[in-house]
Design a protein around this ligand. Structure first.
Ligand code: ADP
Ligand code: SR1
Ligand code: MG
Length: 408
């Protein structure tokens, strides 16, 4: 089928041609709303006129960047990578990825389960909601997806095939190179001009050559590592959950990249939320909960990843009989420490880019009181800088928490 851009009027007629979707809705009359609040794509909620709970989500990529407008061209092929990544991750952690009803690379479309009883994690955390199972779920997601798409699990041929499948996601990788690692730390037309103008914090950041040199190291790792298939945009807006279930959505930035990038993105966004509560709500109990959550995620990730590794006797990297148990234990410990360190470095970049860069986050850019917003931005930049400057000397999770707590 030839690509055409859908809208709220044409999405239902399009679905009528998809058998699996029609099996789901039966003969019900359908209606459509556009509910997308992301930066890139259009998201339609299609539901039955007779029973609103009977609903599916239709997500379509358009050949431009939604948050900027049609003048910012961006290939709709990004949906091809989202489809491939959703399918791959669904096979690895089925309970943490929405059910897929229909995909079409030609139409750059995916039809998936409507998560009507779940909310976006960013909103929940901003409202100080606690999710008792989140650390358990997301650490499983990280350990399983990262381990099972890496050379620690796959054989050499399978790993190279995976790289072939994903590493032409060039446009979205370039967006990250630009917006996460470059433009947000210099004068650039895509930045939040209102905030950059006459702002001493911006001048300080843009002139901070020590910080920028370290960012270059991290950018280089992002550009050259092929550790595992990563989600590529695992901020708290890419997670939908409730007290019992967690789902990871929106993996259009997926490619075979560095182990620490998804972990870093998640930590960064939880810390940005911590900063929001430090400055705006001053809710000490919830701040403590956020720190505990970071610690739990990192600890659980490490133990789950090591357990998977323990059970895997042969892989592209390591085969049975190559080293003795003591050496293997030492090697794995060192390996996990490197993942932790790189996660901290990436977390620093992912925090700092939200201050002056093109895409802010509600917790910080959405603070209406100007003085408070400046205070929050200062704190974000302080923690981010510590993360970036110190990442390759971090030895424990407690050191990360100490950086966050002692920044103010
Ligand atoms: P983008 O790629 O533009 O960032 P997202 O995949 O993040 O788009 O989706 C945008 C919004 O659409 C989400 O923030 C969420 O509110 C809603 N959404 C996306 N997928 C689902 C789903 N499966 N169920 C319910 N809402 C969804
Ligand atoms: C201009 S791209 C904006 C951002 O939105 C996505 O969610 C990614 O984080 C990207 O960097
Ligand atoms: Mg999104």
């Amino acid at each position: 089928m030839e690509y055409r851009e859908l809208d709220i009027n044409s999405v239902v007629p399009y679905l009528k041609s998809v058998d699996k979707v029609m099996d789901y809705f039966g003969s019900d009359d359908l209606k459509a709303d556009e509910i997308g609040d992301g930066n890139l794509n259009y998201v339609y909620l299609v539901s039955s006129m007779h029973d609103e709970k009977k609903a599916l989500i239709v997500k379509q990529a358009v050949p431009y960047l939604r948050c900027v407008g049609e003048e910012f061209a961006l290939g709709r092929e990004r949906m091809t990578y989202e489809i491939r990544a959703l399918s791959k991750f669904k096979n690895i952690v089925p309970e943490l990825v929405p059910e897929l009803y229909h995909v079409s690379e030609d139409m750059s479309i995916v039809v998936m389960q409507y998560l009507g009883k779940h909310i976006i994690l960013r909103g929940g955390l901003t409202d100080a909601k606690r999710y008792p199972k989140f650390s358990e779920h997301i650490s499983t997601y990280l350990a399983q997806t990262l381990f099972k798409t890496s050379s620690l699990f796959l054989d050499s041929t399978a790993k190279r095939k995976l790289i072939d499948e994903f590493n032409s996601n060039t446009e979205l990788c370039k967006l990250t190179e630009d917006f996460v690692f470059t433009f947000a730390y210099m004068q650039n037309e895509t930045n939040d001009a209102q905030n950059v103008k006459d702002n001493p914090q911006a001048q300080k950041l843009f002139g901070d050559m020590k910080f920028k040199e370290k960012v270059l190291d991290l950018k280089y790792k992002f550009m050259t590592s092929t550790d595992a298939l990563i989600h590529g945009d695992l901020h708290t807006g890419s997670i939908m959950l409730n007290e019992n279930e967690t789902f990871v959505i929106d993996p259009e930035f997926a490619f075979v990249g560095p182990f620490g990038f998804d972990i870093g993105a998640l930590v960064a966004n939880i810390v940005n939320n911590y900063v929001h509560h430090t400055i705006v709500t001053k809710d000490e109990g919830f701040k403590e909960y956020l720190l505990e959550t970071i610690k739990e995620i990192l600890e659980l990730f490490e133990s789950k990843f090591l357990k998977l590794w323990e059970a895997q006797k042969d892989s592209a990297l390591l085969i049975e009989g190559y080293i003795d148990d003591k050496t293997a234990k030492h090697y794995k410990k060192k390996f996990l420490k490197r993942i932790l360190q790189e996660s901290v470095g990436f977390a620093g970049c992912k925090m700092a880019r939200r201050v002056f860069g093109v895409a802010g986050v509600a917790e910080i850019r959405g603070i209406e009181d100007k003085k408070m917003r400046r205070e929050a931005e200062e704190l974000v930049l302080k923690i981010a800088r510590e993360f970036v400057m110190k990442y390759n000397n971090i030895n424990s999770n407690d050191e990360i928490l100490e950086i966050i707590k002692s920044a103010r």
